[in-house]
Design a protein around this ligand. Structure first.
Ligand SMILES: O=P(O)(O)OC[C@H]1O[C@H](OP(=O)(O)OP(=O)(O)O)[C@H](O)[C@@H]1O
Length: 179
């Protein structure tokens, strides 16, 4: 399998290159299982992020990062879920389509979590920002909940996201276009 060599916080990882379509491959950055990368990326991002009361991320791959940033920092994180559960009556919801998922998905936060965001300084985090759709959906949910977004951060900014001035990130990640 072809790989892309990622250098991040003094660590080196080989990311598998996977097809998204006939025209596009992406390098898959999966933090699940990699404690060393998660801890170091969280530490480095926190140095660059503004003061905040709570971290918000989207299920699933952002969760270890949000947990670790909250553990090292503000002590509180909220996860926007991709399905509702019995214990989430009447959740806030918004639709989203990310780079790796070809179908429309819905992000939800529980009423209880929404209440905990009201009037709070929120740092939105994810492992990767690519099209920005997932970030946009989280921003909408936080707005619905009455939180104030003070920063938006990701470990990697993929493709054109690396040109964005409204996000904090550690490294760019190229897209691989096929002829
Ligand atoms: O900027 P975007 O184009 O929205 O892409 C970035 C999002 O895509 C990935 O999640 P994915 O949708 O693959 O879901 P998963 O974490 O549940 O695997 C990644 O973890 C981000 O949340």
């Amino acid at each position: 399998m072809k790989t892309y060599e990622l250098k991040l916080c003094g660590l080196t990882r080989q990311l598998p290159i996977c097809p998204v379509s006939d025209k596009l491959d992406i390098a898959a950055f999966i933090m699940f299982g990699d404690v060393e990368v998660t801890v170091k990326a969280a530490e480095e991002l926190l140095k660059r992020c503004p003061e905040h009361d709570v971290v918000v991320t989207a299920e699933a791959k952002g969760i270890p990062l949000a947990y670790e940033m909250a553990r090292q920092g503000c002590g509180k994180y909220v996860v926007a879920r991709k399905s509702t559960k019995l214990y989430m009556p009447d959740p806030l919801k918004v639709e989203v389509r990310s780079i790796t998922t070809d179908r429309l998905q819905t992000l939800y936060i529980s009423r209880e979590d929404a209440q905990s965001l009201k009037g709070k300084r929120v740092l939105v985090v994810d492992d990767v920002i690519s099209t920005g759709e997932s970030l946009h959906a989280m921003d909408e949910l936080i707005g619905q909940a009455g939180g104030t977004i003070v920063g938006q951060a990701a470990v990697l900014a993929e493709g054109d996201a690396a040109d964005r001035k409204d996000i904090i990130y550690l490294e760019p990640l190229p897209l691989f276009f096929k002829d």
